[in-house]
Design a protein around this ligand. Structure first.
Ligand code: HEC
Length: 208
């Protein structure tokens, strides 16, 4: 037999001592799979007894969809000043969106709201520079068929949960009238637009 790399015989690579490890690997893979399934089911939203949305603590491990600035509206959350919105969604919901062009039941879209800093605080910056500062609170848009479909919540900063908005709140009408997919503003989340168009779920813009 031809010696390969440093005189190791090809047969050495296939020798039996490796097979017990392959067995161990299978066990490890199974355990990892079970953990993954547990993690996935852990991503579904939870509610308090009053029907408030429990703050999803691990949202920073979710998929980041987009950032926007000064796109909040007077009737929303803390209001009154410009804020950044960083939008996150559970990995499983994003995957489903890629496959179907719409959101599955139990989707949570969580918007982290942050203050805006700029040259007025850090004078060496460009005069138009804007950067993100402290957390101001969270808004959530949650799809749950057991609660009549989509609902909106505001979770104050450092709170364990947040209250739902009334079905008559403007959140519902603006999102229904202007959101490109299933009452969500996919037109502003560039990484999702192609999937929605491919699956024919993209509602052409209604800008007014
Ligand atoms: C006048 C229109 C308008 C109203 C009213 C409105 N939104 Fe939105 N909302 C938007 C737009 C535009 C976006 C797109 C992205 C952004 O703001 O960064 C958005 C995005 C969101 C998102 C991200 C997920 C999604 O659905 O696209 C959440 C969560 C959200 N809004 C919550 C709320 C809540 C809560 C209220 C009511 C208290 C509300 N919005 C009222 C226009 C509106």
């Amino acid at each position: 037999m031809q010696p390969i790399h440093g005189g190791v015989q090809r047969t050495d690579w296939l020798a039996p001592p490796f097979s017990p490890h392959i067995g161990t690997m299978t066990k490890i893979t199974k355990a990892a799979l079970l953990l993954a399934v547990a993690a996935l089911s852990g991503q579904a939203q939870q509610y308090t007894k009053n029907g408030d949305l429990v703050m999803p603590k691990d949202y920073r491990d979710w998929v980041f969809l987009s950032s926007s600035v000064s796109m909040s509206y007077p009737e929303e959350g803390p209001g009154g000043h410009a804020m950044f919105g960083n939008l996150f969604v559970q990995p499983a919901a994003r995957k489903q969106f890629e496959n179907t062009g719409t959101w599955p039941d139990k989707t949570v879209l969580l918007m982290e709201l942050r203050g805006v800093g700029g040259a007025s605080t850090d004078s060496f910056l460009n005069k138009d520079a804007q950067f993100q500062t402290e957390i101001m609170g969270y808004e959530a848009h949650v799809k749950d068929s057991t609660r009549g479909g989509w609902a909106f919540y505001f979770i104050p900063k450092d709170s364990a949960s947040g209250k739902p908005f009334d079905k008559t709140a403007k959140c519902f009408s603006c999102h229904a009238d202007h959101g490109a997919v299933d009452t969500t503003f996919v037109q502003y989340y560039p990484t999702l637009v192609a999937a929605a168009k491919k699956h024919g779920t993209y509602k052409e813009r209604n800008k007014h």
